[in-house]
Ligand binder design. Structure first.
Ligand code: SAM
Length: 216
């Protein structure tokens, strides 16, 4: 064997390793919301603020890594036609049960293998804490996948824990540097807002809410 032979990075395995634990985690929570580390059982306050100030016509929205479904329901209640995707079947079933009767297209889907019919379909995308839940090696791929869901001119509201460049985190999760979140600007999106907040959570000292718009 040639010692100079390089082994290509196995993205498929990295994706499987990074995502396979979520379903068991939700299963073990046994329908107790308080045991899910990221779940609050209510809409993300940054999304609620966006909706409170929204003056456009509600259109097609998608929630990424929709977890227990509160953000999808808030969009639905605001009049959007909502799709909510999560890799965990347990999470999707739990969300369906919690919001039974709401016409939300809750579906199991993998960001790394998105169904063709979702690509370029949405006017509004909401992402909270999913990018940071996946390892750094996959960051570019997750951001590319999220951007691929957006129609021309669509808005993306992203919320994440953030860190300074020199800070190190043994994830999951892996808070984002500002530049990592700004990778969206290299994926046909322009930055409309980028707000940095102090964070009271034990996870990292900073939190970011960013709004991007897909190019026309
Ligand atoms: C940290 S949780 C955040 C959940 C929700 N956004 C919230 O704020 O409560 C990350 C979510 O992303 C989902 N997820 C992880 N990898 C995914 C993938 N490749 N495709 C779709 N969903 C994924 C997980 O199952 C989990 O529900």
């Amino acid at each position: 064997m040639n010692n100079n032979e390089q082994t290509p990075f196995d993205y498929k395995k990295a994706q499987e390793d990074a995502t396979s634990w979520f379903n068991d985690y939700y299963k073990e929570a046994n329908k107790e919301i308080e045991t899910v580390a990221w779940a609050k059982g209510e809409v993300n306050p940054f999304l609620q603020e966006y909706l409170d100030n929204f003056s456009g016509t509600p259109a097609k929205a998608i929630v990424i890594g929709s977890g227990l479904g509160d953000d999808a329901f808030a969009l639905y209640a605001a009049g959007f036609e909502v799709t909510a995707i999560d890799i965990s079947e347990e999470a999707i079933n739990w969300a369906k049960e919690r919001f039974d009767g709401a016409e939300i297209d809750f579906r199991v889907a993998d960001l790394f293998d998105l169904p063709e019919e979702l690509l370029g379909e949405f006017d509004f995308v909401f992402e909270a804490f999913t990018i940071q839940s996946l390892p750094l090696a996959l960051r570019d791929r997750v951001i590319t996948a999220i951007s691929s869901l957006m129609k021309p001119d669509a808005h993306l509201l992203a919320v994440c824990n953030a860190k300074l460049d020199h800070e190190k985190f043994e994830g999951p999760p892996w808070p984002l540097t500002f530049n990592e979140l700004r990778l969206f600007t290299m994926k046909q999106c322009r930055e409309l807002e980028f707000s940095i907040f102090e964070n009271e959570s034990a996870l990292s000292n900073l939190k970011v809410r960013a709004l991007f718009q897909k190019e026309s």
